[in-house]
Design a protein around this ligand. Structure first.
Ligand code: SF4
Length: 379
């Protein structure tokens, strides 16, 4: 079934490490944007096509009013055949929510929240320019429970400036104590012009050495295993039955439609991306023009590469007979000679004619392993 992704590009403040498609909140602009988004969904309507996930991503989708969320979900419902068990996720920043909005989101049909917590230490949150504290994050989770949410995910970021292994594991323990149904652990990636880079240089903050980053990852996952969470993807763990159904479409060669500025779509081997600038997006929709900035038909080789790249992110790995059925390619015959050294080093598991998967240490070196699938011409 299809997934529906809705991009909400507004934030109350811009974090110093952020490389997403977002801008500062302007209420008037947000109102126009929501109208444009509704129009884009209606234009793409296929009332007979089933969809089983809706994902509000950003930016900060929790800056939408409950009325706006309700209208967007209703428009998705009119435009697609929503499954009775549709998963509706909304990304939220802890400082933006209160009991009234959360209850209204729940009533509007949102049944999963994903909070950008990032850290349970106030000093780390301040270095990242986040607007919430550790206590605000705990309170936001408690409010979600009171509002009736039984499916909540928390994001944490590791390898932050000045973060020791012990500090990081303190945040992991705090997350475990909070008992969310799902958690995502991301490594801080400092893009070339990130303001945080300058702040780090000015303040003399540094990141822990690489080997500490590896221990952070491995020890966090051990603790989460012991607490009953199952790792199912490089960065994601969940309690049994609580995996993120929307995100799994990205990793399992699924299909989704993306709406909003900069949103990506993948469908039937074709990929497209909307124009990224919010004003440009609104203007084009209002004028009845196209919003697609780039459209590419993936050839068979690219589709296989993509299926391998994404599939290897999952702990379940890549289903080799499945790839052969879908794309007519014997993965081991094509890539085996290069993959064998990774199998030998304990980074990759190969079960002949069955599956290919990364081991946990292999997940740390996923990028290296995956270069095998990139054709030598572009490596
Ligand atoms: S809240 Fe999220 S999207 Fe917004 S600036 Fe911060 S990291 Fe970026």
């Amino acid at each position: 079934m299809l997934g529906l992704y809705l991009h909400i590009p507004f934030c109350a403040a811009i974090c110093n490490y952020c490389n997403f498609n977002r801008g500062l909140l302007d209420e008037g602009l947000k109102r126009q944007y929501v109208e444009a988004l509704l129009q884009e969904i209606r234009r793409a309507a296929e009332p007979q096509t089933p969809a089983d996930t809706i994902y509000f991503g950003g930016g900060t989708p929790s800056l939408l009013t409950a009325g706006e969320v309700q209208r967007i979900i209703a428009t998705c419902r009119e435009s697609f055949l929503l499954d009775a068990e549709v998963e509706v996720t909304l990304e939220a920043n802890p400082e933006t929510v209160n009991l009234d909005t959360l209850s209204a989101y729940r009533a509007a049909g949102v049944n999963r929240l994903s909070y950008g917590v990032q850290s349970f230490r106030d000093d780390e949150l301040a270095r990242l320019g986040r607007l919430h504290s550790a206590q605000t994050a705990r309170d936001a989770l408690a409010l979600a429970r009171t509002a009736g949410f039984d499916n909540v995910s928390l994001d944490l970021m590791m390898w932050l400036p000045e973060q020791s292994v012990e500090h990081w594991l303190g945040s992991v323990d705090a997350l475990i104590a909070a008992r969310p149904e799902h958690a995502s652990l991301y490594l801080l990636e400092l893009y070339p012009n990130a303001p945080l880079r300058e702040e780090m240089a000015r303040a003399g903050w540094s990141q822990a050495p690489d080997e500490d980053a590896a221990s952070m990852y491995l020890e966090a996952l051990d603790r989460l295993d012991r607490a009953g969470y199952e790792q199912y993807e490089i960065s994601n763990v969940a309690q049994p039955g609580r995996r993120a159904r929307h995100n799994i479409k990205y990793w399992q060669d699924g299909e989704w439609l993306g709406f909003g500025s900069g949103a990506h779509t993948t469908r039937a081997g074709v990929r497209w991306r909307n124009v990224p600038a919010t004003m440009d997006y609104i203007r084009r929709i209002t004028a009845g023009g196209p919003v697609v900035a780039e459209r590419r038909v993936l050839d068979a080789g690219e589709r296989v590469e993509e299926a391998l790249f994404m599939g290897l992110r999952l702990t379940a790995g890549v289903d080799l007979p499945g790839i052969e059925r879908r794309y007519g390619i014997d993965v081991w015959q094509r890539y085996g000679p290069e993959l064998a050294r990774f199998v030998g080093a304990g980074l990759v598991i190969h079960e002949p004619k069955r599956l290919l998967a990364l081991t946990r240490p292999g997940m740390l070196l996923a990028n290296e392993v995956m270069t095998v699938f990139i054709s030598p011409a572009v490596r």
